[in-house]
Design a protein around this ligand. Structure first.
Ligand code: MG
Length: 396
């Protein structure tokens, strides 16, 4: 069985497992994305007899090397803080499960939602945003670097798993969801996807879930790592309210009990508010179809104004006290130096690149190839590579 389609056509019902189609019609809201509306894959291929294309996208992402590398990529804190803080991988899993809960409540396509969530941070370089700034600097005269665009490059070109095509050959919708966050919308590889109006609702909600997840878990990690204390948070309205709510429900909780309960409360409030506000927006914009979402004058998924304000105040504190904490700043500086030195060293000595990257130089150019290699690294492999290249007694 083969899909007679490419990016420019859509799936025909005949090529989708029929029970999946029936299930979608029975369960999905009218504004949810249907598998049969997908703009399909870039390269034609035989589809699976009982997994829909979006289920298959999800599986391809989970089985990719880029996904496994998320395990050793920084979210905010690097590994020297211990074993229990979030990594890019656990952040991604939290976003996926929160997004699925919301998708099911709204009658959206859960398979598509899950695939988008699992792919949303694939393009992050080592050392989080610090690494992104460093690489963007290194690439200043060669198109720059930005993680969403690199995520697209990974799934379209750099992943190598299938004999018939480069990349993962994901459906248009998952690729579009990666493109629409890009801060370089004018670049050709991104522009191609920004043609359909607003993002579909599944993509919008993953974005909102991403934001609520990292606010809460960055707070949790910062408390656990001792970067901030619970009492530092008395001035933050969101936290004050949550602690008051907990006191009323449970009386006096111990320090150990307060922290997880606080984080749970903040997630719950935001998820409930997101559901309520999104339903209101759907009604206010008279949304009756997925096309209405595309044509809406603004994003339909979002927090209400009260929670939005409380969230902004919490984010302000995280920026001030956590992301700019002196211990985080030290690591940030070190990380940027490591990536710059790696980049410069490979530029001076391209023969030191591993063959599977060196082979790409004629097609991609030297700088883009180095960027592909360095951005694909984890924190751990970047540190190891640094030692191999610069430490006199490290084996190469
Ligand atoms: Mg994220």
């Amino acid at each position: 069985m083969q899909y007679p389609m490419s990016d420019s056509s859509s799936y025909s019902d005949a090529f989708i497992p029929p029970d999946a189609l029936h299930r979608e019609e029975a369960l999905l809201a009218p504004y949810a994305m249907r598998t049969r509306w997908s703009r399909g894959r870039r390269h034609q291929e035989v589809e699976h007899p009982y997994r829909t294309p979006y289920q298959r996208d999800r599986d391809r992402i989970v089985h990719s090397a880029a996904f496994r590398r998320l395990m050793y990529k920084t979210q905010v804190l690097v590994n020297d803080y211990g074993d229990e803080h979030r990594t890019r991988m656990t952040h991604t899993l939290e976003v996926a499960q929160i997004s699925r809960t919301i998708a099911r409540q709204l009658g959206l396509n859960e398979d598509l939602t899950e695939a988008i969530a699992l792919a949303h941070d694939l393009g992050h370089p080592p050392f989080g945003h610090a690494g992104e700034y460093a690489l963007d600097d290194c690439m200043a005269n060669h198109g720059g670097y930005e993680h969403n665009r690199f995520g697209l490059r990974l799934v379209e070109t750099l992943e190598s798993r299938y004999p018939g095509f480069p990349g993962l050959n994901l459906t248009w919708e998952v690729r579009e969801s990666m493109a629409y966050h890009s801060k370089r919308p004018e670049s050709p590889e991104v522009k191609e996807y920004l043609v359909a109006g607003q993002p579909f609702l599944e993509a919008q909600l993953v974005d909102a879930a991403d934001s609520l997840a990292y606010d809460c878990h960055d707070l949790d990690d910062a408390l656990s790592a001792g970067l901030i204390e619970l009492d530092d948070l008395n001035g933050v309205g969101f936290v004050r309210r949550a602690r008051e709510d907990l006191r009323q429900r449970f009386g006096d909780l111990s320090r150990e009990q307060v922290q997880p309960a606080l984080v749970r409360t903040l997630i719950d409030w935001q998820v409930n508010d997101l559901l309520q506000q999104t339903r209101q927006n759907l009604a206010a914009h008279g949304v009756r179809s997925a096309e209405d979402i595309r044509r809406a004058p603004e994003l339909v998924a979002g927090q209400g104004s009260e929670i939005h304000g409380l969230k902004a105040e919490l984010e302000e504190l995280l920026h001030r006290e956590v992301y700019r904490h002196y211990r985080v700043a030290r690591m940030t500086n070190k990380a940027q130096r490591v990536l710059r030195m790696l980049f410069d060293e490979f530029r001076r000595t391209p023969t030191a690149l591993p063959p599977r990257f060196a082979r790409r130089i004629p097609e991609s150019g030297l700088e883009q190839t180095i960027c592909d290699y360095v951005a694909s690294m984890t924190d751990r492999s970047a540190q190891d590579e640094y030692l191999r290249l610069f430490h006199p007694y490290e084996s190469v």
